[in-house]
Design a protein around this ligand. Structure first.
Ligand code: UDP
Length: 416
């Protein structure tokens, strides 16, 4: 990408070079976002994190973009003021900080609430005070269960999309009881969303009152005014609700690049089972359904948000792929088929086994039955459509898993 080449946004305005602060930018999403920004734009990135393993390749001495990326080793949950110097230098702050593995919601409930709500509050406050644009990561978890899940199995309304498609500005957020700790994440993310909306609304009321006063004065004094200026005073925000993004570098493989007993999300769990030749474990028979979105499609959506503030500000966006819905049982069988091809082993080497949620996650687990994102808003505002089929995502990502981990898994297995 040539830095002298002009780039234009959806409204035909020339895009100016930005400095983007990625809080917890060393994560799976951050690593892909950095790659995209560095390869396809002229923006600069300030990455703040304590982890570098997923982004280390970007700091190769021969990389052409070394003057556009900087890493700061800062633990952002220790003290929020430590983030301020980096946010201050930036035009946009993207807060990726999140605990987003369901196994952690049960076992690290307090950490989940602190990380996903309490630690995000100072960032929201700073952005409001200093008038910095904020892109805050939330989660599709905020929707909880679908309305349809409360109907009997054979109820005809279960087929009605109104009962299961999740729409940003219409669907209710249906969480389970407090004793089901699974919902700690959904609740914390919902609260940070509500805080952000509150900031905007409060500011808007304030700005509206100022605006009314200004117009009254202008009319009285026959002054002309530029009303659009008033919009500048609210918190400029965009909220992202990712729907099961997957791709290379997702999560970790327990005992290889993560804690031995850790439980990552389903794609990494099934990958680990495949790499080790273990049965893929289907929680409660694997009837729950998810829609999977390729990380590179999702990153396109993020870049559109970054470069089109007029279209993205003030919205919570679903970012997912409604065409890629599968039950966990179907996912397991598809992954077995694809992995057999990738690894050159017969599919009959692999199998699935049913496990109870209590055995797998412990007490306090609960589940979302289905997650289909409505795409109307993101398509209308940003023209974004996810392109990659589940089959393609699995082929690319399982090839990556095999190439990255199979030797290390063999080594670890022979040692134990
Ligand atoms: N799951 C499973 N086997 C596993 C890991 C997860 O059957 O080894 C199920 C889990 O119970 C849930 C779905 O897969 O129904 C997706 O779980 P994930 O951890 O990816 O996170 P979620 O989509 O629930 O946030």
């Amino acid at each position: 990408f040539s830095s002298t080449m002009a780039r234009f946004n959806l409204e035909g305005d020339e895009i100016k070079p930005l400095t983007i602060c990625l809080i917890s930018g060393g994560c799976f999403i951050g690593s892909h976002l950095c790659e995209k920004i560095l390869a396809d734009t002229f923006h600069k990135v300030i990455v703040v994190d304590v982890y570098t393993d997923k982004i280390i390749h970007l700091f190769n001495r021969s990389s052409p973009w070394l003057d556009r990326i900087v890493f700061h080793n800062v633990d952002n949950n220790a003290e929020s003021s430590r983030l301020e110097p980096f946010m201050q230098k930036s035009d946009i702050i993207i807060n990726l900080t999140s605990i987003n593995h369901p196994a952690d919601y049960n076992t690290r409930t307090m950490d989940t609430i602190y990380c996903n709500f309490i630690d995000a509050v100072p960032v929201v406050r700073y952005c409001t005070r200093k008038k910095k644009r904020l892109i805050q990561f939330s989660s599709c978890e905020v929707y909880g269960k679908t309305i349809g899940s409360f109907l009997t199995e054979d109820h005809p309304l279960r087929e009605d999309p109104k009962f299961y498609v999740l729409k940003e500005d219409e669907s209710p957020c249906i969480l389970g009881p407090t004793e089901k700790k699974r919902w700690a994440n959904a609740c914390a993310k919902q609260l940070i969303e509500r805080l952000i909306y509150g900031r905007e609304v409060n500011c808007s009321i304030y700005v509206f009152l100022l605006f009314v006063l200004f117009v009254t004065l202008s009319l009285t004094l026959h002054l002309s005014s530029n009303a659009a200026e008033s919009a500048k005073f609210g918190l400029e925000f965009t909220i992202v609700r990712p729907f099961n993004w997957i791709g290379p570098r997702i999560d970790y493989i327990p005992g290889i690049d993560g804690e031995r007993r850790g439980v990552p999300r389903v794609f990494a769990c099934f990958s680990s089972n495949l790499l080790r030749g273990e049965s893929l474990e289907l929680v409660e028979g694997g009837h729950s359904k998810r829609t999977f979105c390729y990380i590179k499609d999702a990153i396109e959506a993020l870049l559109l948000m970054i470069e089109n503030p007029e279209k993205a500000n003030g919205h919570s966006f679903n970012v997912g792929n409604p065409n890629n819905e599968v039950s966990m049982k179907e996912l397991a069988n598809l992954m077995i088929e694809v992995y057999a091809n990738v690894s050159g082993q017969p599919a009959s080497n692999f199998s699935t086994v049913d496990v109870s949620s209590e055995d797998f996650y412990g007490i306090g687990y609960d589940d979302c039955d289905r997650r289909i994102p409505d795409m109307t808003l993101i398509h209308r505002q940003l023209g974004w459509i996810p392109m990659t089929s589940l089959q393609e995502i699995l082929e690319v990502t399982l090839r990556y898993q095999h190439e990255t981990y199979s030797e290390a898994v063999k080594h670890a297995t022979s040692e134990s």
